[in-house]
Design a protein around this ligand. Sequence first.
Ligand code: ADP
Ligand code: MG
Length: 462
Amino acid sequence: MSNLKKSLSKSHFDTWFRNIDFVNTQNQGKKLVISVPSSFNKNYIEKKFKTDLLEAASKYYPNVIHIDFEIHEVEATPTLNQDEVFPIQNDIVDIENQIAKVKNQEVLLKPYEKMQKNLHNLNSKYTFENFVTTKSNELAVSVAKAVIANPGKRYNPVFLYSGVGLGKTHLLQAIGHSILSTHPGMRIRYTTCETFFNLFINGIQNKKSTEFADYYRDIDVLLIDDIQFIRGKEATQEAFFHTFNELHQNNKQIIITSDKPPKQLEGLEERLISRFEWGIVVDISKPELEDKISVLKDKVERLQLPLSLEQITQIASGVNTNFRDLEGVLNRIEARIKLLPNAPLESYELNKILAGFHKSAPINIIVPEQLSSSVIIEATCKFFDVTKEDILGKSRTSHLVLARQIAMYLCKTDLELSFPVLAKIFVKDHTTILHAYNQISKKIGENPAVAQKVEVIKKSYR
Ligand code: ADP
Ligand code: MG
């Protein structure tokens, strides 16, 4: 020990020991595992300092008789030529500090502790309750049920793939919820591959590789979404490979989703591809019309939208991509229905919404196209059984006056035209229109019979 202290300069100590990390002890504390940033680093420490390390470590781990080295996936230290390191300088360094620091690793655990609290990361909106089984996903669902009954035993891993928006994430998380309720003690972790990657990089940068490893290994079920993200990321693939092996060897359930089957994932290591094929590979195919209809029906019921089967079929036939787009269209339809609740949704409006969705047009609340003063006048005539000439004429019979005034009122409120413009349409003075508007506004408040007439006429042209 003292030799080590005396013989290392501060800078050389930094070079060789700054980036080493305690990993764990194994074999009832007989073996100490230390993680180092590179194989060069490992060889050097092993050759020059192993005995000293062992001696220092034995103060804290009395049973230790052996030290093993693990290499982190990334070269964290600049590679030095061995000749540059020697001769060893005589600054005093304290290897004990290094060991004591890693012994205190609880302190380092904090960020992971925080994540630990929300162990499963599942989103409550993705459950089986609102997942519709269709022909396109029934195979995937039956595999899911088998896994839920016996996690880690039946199919492991499950590799689920499909194009976007076809329900992979939903199904994956539904499996998680279901395992949680059928096997309450099980520790489940849902993660996107992107999060896995971010935590892995973060682990290296902040020397938290152990915590990273534990975060993904200390569980019973790993649900990893969008594995295609790992393509071309070699170090992350390596980390995932170890995580996979550890879990699989211990019969922990692994479920993976992807946008392609394993063999078509270019940029993925062969050994991962072959592992992904160990269990079962299952896909969700593109939905047929009837699949889209049943998913849509379920969503329409949940949202309590007044849509007929015919309309549902029209929507389903209008969306040829995936369930996510079907939901997007349904959101627009819902917005239209809520904004104009009294106007039934017309077929041409549905077509417009569908066409607008495909062009990614912003949401477009459709006011019935043909609405104009003549439509309103015509509707009023029909209701009162009078003619357009009667409305535009000068007769003062009370029946005609009411009809004329309501027509003027509706043109004002529904077309938002100015009084002078309305005066031209009705061939009257603009004060006459203003008077009519005030009269009807007042009567609507005072006289339910008039209010009802106005409503009925409105409904007839909207
Ligand atoms: P992916 O992960 O395959 O891209 P998602 O799971 O995100 O697809 O699904 C897209 C949307 O479609 C989600 O809102 C999901 O709830 C819905 N969805 C997909 N499949 C179904 C289904 N079978 N039943 C009900 N909703 C579904
Ligand atoms: Mg997804």
